[in-house]
Write a protein that binds this ligand. Structure first.
Ligand code: GRF
Length: 231
């Protein structure tokens, strides 16, 4: 298999981008980042890309009349750079079919909850507000909905007594970095299988052949036989 040619879309900090760059640098991920593209100028993720010697572009959504025009410009930039897979790594824009049709089943997102729970913004606060005991993160293929596309892999993270948003988000983020790199490496190994809906209106399913894509409760979880015993 040739290496994955990635375009990574960001809007901010870029720690998931950093996880990808680090994994490529130390041989855990057979990929090349062809372009890091941000819809916001001056963000930390762009500096991370520059430090790694990766080309960057800023395409500001505010400069475009509508979503389709913005998406067409982003697609053109990705094509020009030679990207054939796209990773949304903290990219805070919804994509139109203009974008998705240009990279069919080749747009991957990392989301900080166990989808389909808590889609959209601030999934960590949603989890705290609902009082769930287990949350986590999901890597999925992107479709036209908000965090609704076919799920590739998930990692579970416990909500601990006393967790606030930042503590929970930080613990999930550790798992995000690991899960995203693993999912991309499985794709690079040619393990991704996409199955179209069995009937009109059904769901597209995705699977990763030959590996366990459910990562267990990380950091602080208790084995089921311990639950209910005194802390
Ligand atoms: C991550 O929590 C990611 O799951 C979400 O936005 C955050 C981006 O963080 N979509 P970073 O920019 O990768 O540090």
């Amino acid at each position: 298999m040739p290496p994955l040619d990635l375009g990574v879309l960001i809007s901010g900090r870029g720690s998931n981008l950093q996880a990808i760059l680090d994994a490529i640098a130390d041989g855990r991920l057979d990929a090349r980042v062809r372009l890091v593209l941000s819809n916001r100028p001056g963000v930390e993720g762009l500096a991370r890309a520059e430090r790694a010697g990766v080309p960057t572009r800023v395409i500001a959504h505010r400069d475009f009349a509508d979503r389709d025009a913005f998406d067409a410009a982003v697609v053109a930039a990705l094509h020009d750079a030679g990207a054939t897979w796209v990773v949304l790594a903290g990219f805070m824009r919804l994509l139109t079919t203009t974008f998705l049709d240009a990279f069919p089943h080749r747009v991957v997102n990392i989301h900080p909850s166990l989808l389909p729970s808590f889609p959209g913004v601030d999934a960590q606060q949603q989890a705290l507000d609902h009082g769930v005991r287990i949350t986590g993160c999901t890597v999925h293929l992107v479709d036209a909905g908000t965090d609704t596309g076919p799920i590739l892999a998930q990692a579970a993270v416990p909500v601990l007594d006393g967790d606030d948003h930042d503590a929970l988000a930080a613990r999930i983020l550790v798992q995000e970095h690991a899960l995203l790199v693993r999912a991309l490496s499985w794709i690079a190994e040619g393990r991704l299988q996409v199955t179209p809906p069995a009937a009109p209106g059904g769901r597209t399913r995705a699977a990763i052949a030959g590996v366990d894509t459910a990562l267990g409760l990380a950091q602080g979880g208790r084995a089921p036989e311990q639950v209910g015993e005194g802390a």
